[in-house]
Write a protein that binds this ligand. Sequence first.
Ligand SMILES: Cc1cc2nc3c(=O)[nH]c(=O)nc-3n(C[C@H](O)[C@H](O)[C@H](O)COP(=O)(O)OP(=O)(O)OC[C@H]3O[C@@H](n4cnc5c(N)ncnc54)[C@H](O)[C@@H]3O)c2cc1C
Length: 513
Amino acid sequence: MTRSWWGWGQAENAVPDDQCVQLASLLPGLPERPVPVPGAYLPPVRVVPPDALAPICTSLPGERASHTYGKAYRDVVRALRGDLQNAPDIVAYPRSEADVVDVLDWAGYANVAVIPYGGGTSVVGGVEHRGENPSLSLDLSNLDNVLDIDPISRSARIQAGVLGPDLEDQLRPHGYTLRHFPQSFEFSTLGGWLATRSSGHYATMHTHIDDFVESMRVVTPIGINESWRLPGSGAGPSPDRLFLGSEGTLGVITEAWMRVQERPNYRASTAIMFHSFRDGVRATRAIVQSGLTPANLRLLDAGEARFSGTAQNGETVLVLGFESAHIPVEVELADAVEIARSHGGREQDRDRGDSVERWRTTFLRMPYLRDALARMSVIIETFETATTWDRVDDLVATLHEELNKAVREVCDSPGIVNCRFTHVYPDGAAPYFTVIAPGRRGSEVEMWDEIKAAAAEVLHRHRATITHHHAVGRDHMPWYDEQRPEPFAAALVATKRALDPYGILNPGVLLWD
Ligand SMILES: Cc1cc2nc3c(=O)[nH]c(=O)nc-3n(C[C@H](O)[C@H](O)[C@H](O)COP(=O)(O)OP(=O)(O)OC[C@H]3O[C@@H](n4cnc5c(N)ncnc54)[C@H](O)[C@@H]3O)c2cc1C
C-alpha cells in the first residue's frame, strides 16, 4: 500500500474516476487529476543540514511535497493542483530522542523553523510553515514503539510517533488497548493526539486524550521536560497540561506514559429515530445527564442520517452504544433506550438492518469520498465546536441559517449543511457540521475560507469554542486570539519565549509569528 502524497490514506483506496463522476452526478466536468510527483512545483531548497544531521535528513521532492500540508479540504485542493509554495526545505526523520535534541540545537542556531510532524492529518494548517525563513518538517515516524508496560498500574510508556493501528497491535498481546479512536486513527500518531488534545470514539466521559495521560516527556529548545508518573496531583498547575494542546510550539513530545485499558468484551448498540432534531437533542441531554455513560451517543440530523445511509426518511437518528470489559451492558442500553422513548424516540427495527454499522462504514470511508468530491470541484469540509446545553438549540439553528446563506452568496447556489453531535457532556454538546456545495474550479479554497469565516463569526458571537478537538493551528488563529483571556495570552507569550527563545517551533501556531 502507498500513502497518498496529496490526499487521504492509501492511494490504492482512493475513489476511482468513474465513481467520482457518479458521486457528483449533478455537476458537469471530469474529475481533476492530481499533478504527478511534483518536483517541478516545489520552490528551491534554501538550507542544507550539517553533516552530522545529513543521515536523517532528506530534500527529495516527494518527501517535501507530502510534508507540505495537513489533510484539510483546503490542503487537499492545493496539493492536488501542485500548489506547494510552502513546502519544507528539509524533512528530518529522527531515530532517537537525541536526534530530536540535535535538530533543535542546529535549527535554533541556523534560524530554521521546525514543524513537528506526526501523521500529518492536521485540518487546521498545523503542519504548514507559512513564514519567510527556511523550514524543516520533523517527522517522528521512527519513534514508534511501546517501550514499557506496567501491568500493576495498567499503564504503558509509548513513543510519540506511533500510528494508531501500530500502537494497538503492540498493546494487544498484553491484553490492553488505549481505546482512543479518532476518525483519523489509522494515519495519526500518539504525539499528534497529545499535541492537539484530540477526541476519540468515546462520545461521553473520557473524550479527550488528556484523560489517558499519566506523564509526558517533551524535548524543548532549553532542555527536556519530563513529568513524574502520577495518577493525579494537586501540586500546582499541571506540567502536562502545559504541553497538551501546545501543537508543536513549546516542545517536541517524544514519549508519554499512557493509561491503558482492558479490551471490551461486551458491547451493545442500537439506533433511535426521532421526528425532530429538537426531540433528539432533549433525549441526548437526558441520557448524558442521567449518569449513564454510553461509549457512543451520536445524534445525526436528518441530512447527516441520509448522507451516512442511516435513515432516508427525514428522521433524526441517535446512534447509541455501550462497551465494557467485565459486565454485560444490555441493561444500560435498555435504560438509555427507555429515556430516549420518553422523549419521542423510537428504537430502530433491528430486522431492518444495522444502522449503526452503516454509520460506522460511511464514517471511515468519508475522507476518501471527500477527496473524490474535491476532484470534482465540490466544496466539502467540516468544522466543529462546543457549547453548553442552554445555548445548543440557538447555536445550531443560527449556524444552519447563516451557513446556508453564506453558501448561497459564495456559490450562487444552495448547498448541503448537515449537523451531528460527536461528543456530549452533562453540561453541553459538541456540534459538528459538514458543508457540501458546488465550487468554481480554481476558487474553491477562497470560497471555503469565506464560508468558514461566516461560521466562525457565529461561533464567536455565541461564545462557542472555535474548536472542540480539531485544534487551533494557523487557520483558527484569528478566532482563538479573540477567545482566550488576555492574561492567559500574556502568559502563553512569556512561556513561548522561555521555552523556545529563538522562536523556531511551529511559528504562527497558537501565537502570531
Ligand atoms: C479525516 C480526518 C478525520 C479526523 N478525525 C479526528 C477525530 O475524530 N478527532 C480528532 O481529535 N481529530 C481528528 N482529526 C484531526 C487530526 O487527525 C488530529 O488533530 C490528530 O490528533 C493529528 O494527529 P497527527 O499525528 O496526524 O498530527 P499532525 O497532523 O502531524 O500534527 C498536528 C499538530 O501537532 C503537532 N505535533 C505532531 N506531533 C507532535 C509531537 N510529537 N510533539 C509536538 N507536536 C507535535 C504538529 O506540529 C501540529 O501542530 C481528523 C482529521 C482528518 C483529516
